[in-house]
Design a protein around this ligand. Structure first.
Ligand SMILES: O[C@H]1[C@H](O)[C@@H](O)[C@H](O)[C@@H](O)[C@H]1O
Length: 534
């Protein structure tokens, strides 16, 4: 495979394998050809940006609700069940969110196929609002756990459907950037949560109402998104699958914009619509469950799609890659920092650990913006292979920094060793290098997962990959503190570096470049014997 993402990444002969598909695809290839001067696709217009921003509110909520918990836990005091929180309370309150995010995925993906992508966004918003209110008004630990679990369901559904919805609306040439916008919103939500947590924790009356505002504020963007949803269109790919091609044409035409002359725009819209229709038709013929989703039982259609996911080679490969990337995104240990950075910086001896930990959220956000600029130019595969070495370097350096520090007996006392200050600076710097590397690559590329799957399994495939993400997230959240104790902080960070190194090897063997390809082309690439890598 070429290393230059500006070059066509799929040979005509590969597309021709489908027989009449080649003829049908002639116009389409031009419409999607990423080479400069060869394509007629306009840059994303105002409409697609507005859509991405509207959908991105889900990302903001995802980030806010995952980020806000660390400050909330230290502010609750005795206001729940009239006693201080035990460690078990804290673990349950934190981890029930990831667990429920995981549990909802099969339902969210079948709902997305059966009722459409927009309905799932609405479903998630409703739960974001209910969950925020339940938390804000809770007086017992149990009620707080229920509130966090409801928010978990919302986060799980949103984390699955938003990238899918944006990817299905976006023109091929800008898809990476637009999907990355969702991660920009997630990381922005985390920054906002850290700031809100710090402000209410420092200047509010944290134990009485401060923390209630922190969690309750999560309802506001969800209410805004419900209103905005009224004008948002359904995904054209889903509409075609439902036999509503004329509506799909309308949506594609609005996305294509009016920058080209009318005739050219019409050709472009026709080509894109035709491409989607061909794929839907081919899949209906190739699969045994012709017409699944057209009024059939949602559960049996879902089961059939699952079977298809594992039966067909290109689907299996897409799934393996998507799960590899999602698993690695979490097992590399990033969210240990997101959830416990204040604890780490306290251990290391910083006087304002919550403020210092803001560095993690801000670096993550800032470098996600860098990824936004680079992703479609550099390509997914290359950006991952470039950024992973930075992550490994950061992790090993952090491990080295920890070797200077003899940990205090309790989290609140200061470290004892003389080299501690130098160690602390090494740790802070190396964590920034690691987070920057993460944000540029692994933090966002796995969410491009939907472009790996063909339409009939796109929703279930993305669902399984997202479930991998949440399972690994749950494992990391649960094991980080015990690992620090059992292995020492130095070796815990080295362990994450080893996981990144293994990930590097696997990615270079199985993950082909998909930048600039239409969703249909990207799925075809996986048929090749070499997984499309060369
Ligand atoms: O892509 C996001 C992002 O990187 C967030 O910062 C992280 O907390 C999430 O787990 C991840 O899925």
């Amino acid at each position: 495979m070429t290393d230059n993402p500006e070059e066509p990444l799929i040979a005509n002969s590969q597309l021709a394998e489908g027989g009449d598909r080649h003829e049908d695809n002639h116009d389409i290839e031009h419409a999607h050809d990423p080479r400069p001067g060869k394509h007629h696709i306009s840059p994303p217009g105002l409409f697609i940006w507005l859509l991405t921003f509207s959908a991105g509110i889900s990302g903001l909520l995802f980030g806010y609700d995952t980020g806000v918990i660390s400050a909330t836990l230290v502010s609750i005091g005795t206001s729940l069940s009239s006693r201080p929180l035990t460690s078990l309370d804290k673990s349950v309150i934190t981890s029930c969110t990831s667990l429920f995010a995981l549990l909802v995925l099969p339902f969210a993906s079948s709902l997305a196929d059966d009722r459409g992508r927009k309905r799932v966004v609405l479903f998630a918003d409703t739960l974001f609002i209910i969950g925020a209110l339940l938390q804000a008004f809770s007086h017992t630990v149990e009620m707080m756990v229920v509130g966090r679990s409801v928010v978990g369901v919302a986060i799980g559904a949103a984390s699955f459907v938003t990238p899918l919805y944006i990817a299905e609306l976006a023109p091929a040439t800008h898809r990476g950037r637009l999907v990355t916008m969702n991660i920009v919103f997630i990381t922005l939500g985390q920054v906002v949560a850290y700031i809100v947590g710090w402000v209410f924790g420092t200047y509010g009356s944290p134990e009485t109402t401060g923390w209630r505002w922190m969690v309750g504020l999560g309802a506001a963007p969800a209410v805004a998104q419900v209103v905005i949803l009224l004008w948002m269109p359904e995904s054209p790919r889903w509409l075609v699958k439902e036999g509503r091609s004329e509506e799909a044409r309308g949506v594609i035409a609005r996305i294509a914009g009016t920058e080209n002359d009318a005739q050219e725009t019409r050709r472009e819209v026709d080509a894109i619509l035709k491409n989607i229709e061909i794929e839907v038709r081919e899949e209906a013929m190739a699969t045994r469950f012709d017409g699944a989703g057209h009024g059939g039982n949602a559960m049996s259609a879902w089961k059939e799609a699952m079977r298809e996911l594992f039966r067909v080679r290109r689907n299996r490969r897409a799934l393996a890659i998507a799960c590899l990337l999602q698993g690695l995104q979490q097992l590399c240990g990033f969210n240990s920092l997101m959830y416990f950075s204040a604890t780490i910086f306290t251990m290391v001896g910083f006087s304002e650990p919550t403020l210092t930990s803001l560095v993690v959220a801000v670096t993550n956000f800032a470098f996600t913006l860098v990824a936004l600029v680079l992703i479609d130019k550099v390509g997914r595969r290359r950006i991952l292979l470039w950024s992973l070495p930075f992550m490994m370097t950061g992790l090993v350096l952090a491990g080295y920094g920890f070797s200077f520090i003899e940990l205090p007996d309790s989290e609140t006392s200061s470290p004892k060793t003389t080299g501690a200050q130098g160690g602390a600076i090494i740790i802070l710097t190396s964590i920034m290098i690691y987070v920057a590397g993460y944000a540029i690559g692994l933090g966002n590329v796995p969410w491009m997962q939907s472009e790996l799957f063909s339409l009939n399994v796109r929703s279930v495939g993305s669902g399984v990959a997202t479930a991998t993400n949440w399972s690994a997230n749950f494992v990391i959240g649960l094991t980080f503190l015990p690992l620090m104790e059992a292995l020492s902080p130095s070796w815990t960070f080295v362990l994450y570096a080893v996981i990144c190194a293994v990930g590097y090897g696997l990615i270079s063997r199985v993950y082909p470049e998909t930048a600039g390809l239409s969703l249909e082309e990207a799925a075809t690439l996986l048929e090749a014997d070499d997984w499309g890598v060369r």
